[in-house]
Design a binder for this molecule. Structure first.
Ligand code: SAM
Length: 238
């Protein structure tokens, strides 16, 4: 990764964390000391307990699960970003579909990996015009324009217009849309395609139908990876 991209990602990660912490602090009705303790406890929790923990403290955020917009970046963590980057380096996809790109943090990890390989494209999707503008600026600053195709607009509309197959898909829109969206992208998958979905533990109720659908369908082999906010790792078996 170039030093420019590393520095840019570091700044964007810090910015996103600050935003999320500020929102949680505004929602939390305790003292600053209690909030600090809560944040430490969250960090130490097993990922599969995190969603319920936030919920029990009144910190579940509606904008994670509703179709309403938010100005927050809600970027993947550095750990998740490195995982995505490594997945690309290992799987060498020609076409990646990213569902929910926000200001482009996960997009940058995908695009940087494609730059390392020397080929491929990530089709990024985002509804919010302000976030799209930021994504374009970030992609340009990192010098990875050649590897990113941003489609601005509603993701369902965007997906309906796509053809061909995708070797890798990253699902990171609002969790209650996962199943409907997955049904729409099934025709774009081929045997061996990988679908990664974030927030399986932090939006456990919203993703329940998605998880059930995958587990009940012999075309897919799926498991939830127990790190970060819970990542569904699905391979198209047939
Ligand atoms: C969790 S954020 C994505 C974060 C991003 N993957 C990253 O790492 O920076 C989810 C994004 O999905 C977008 N989104 C939600 N519903 C959408 C829809 N129907 N069409 C397009 N984008 C949508 C939101 O605007 C939001 O920016």
């Amino acid at each position: 990764m170039t030093s420019t991209t590393t520095a840019l990602l570091q700044r964007l990660h810090e910015q996103s964390l600050t935003e999320v912490m500020a929102r949680a602090r505004a929602q939390f009705h305790g003292s600053s000391e209690e909030f600090t303790t809560l944040a430490d406890e969250y960090d130490m929790l097993a990922p599969r307990l995190r969603g319920r923990f936030l919920e029990s403290h009144g910190l579940t955020s509606e904008d994670f699960e509703s179709s309403q917009g938010t100005a927050l970046s809600l970027a993947v963590t550095p750990e998740m970003g490195e995982f995505l980057r490594n997945m690309v380096l290992a799987h060498r996809p020609a076409r990646i579909l990213e569902l929910g790109s926000s200001c482009g943090v996960s997009t940058l990890y995908f695009a940087d990996a494609l730059r390392t390989i020397g080929s491929g494209i990530v089709v990024a999707t985002e509804l919010d015009p302000g976030k799209c503008a930021q994504l374009r600026a970030h992609v340009s600053a990192a010098g990875v324009d050649a590897y990113v195709d941003l489609r601005e607009g509603d993701v369902f509309q965007t997906v309906a217009e796509l053809g061909g197959t995708f070797d890798m898909v990253f699902m990171d829109v609002w969790a209650d849309a996962y199943l409907d969206l997955f049904r729409d992208i099934e025709r774009l998958l081929r045997p061996g395609s990988i679908v990664l979905a974030d927030n399986m533990y932090t939006a456990e109720d919203a993703v329940w139908y998605y998880k059930q659908y995958l587990e009940g369908n012999p075309r897919f082999s799926t498991t939830t990876l127990g790190f970060e906010s819970g990542v569904e790792f699905t391979v198209v078996a047939a």
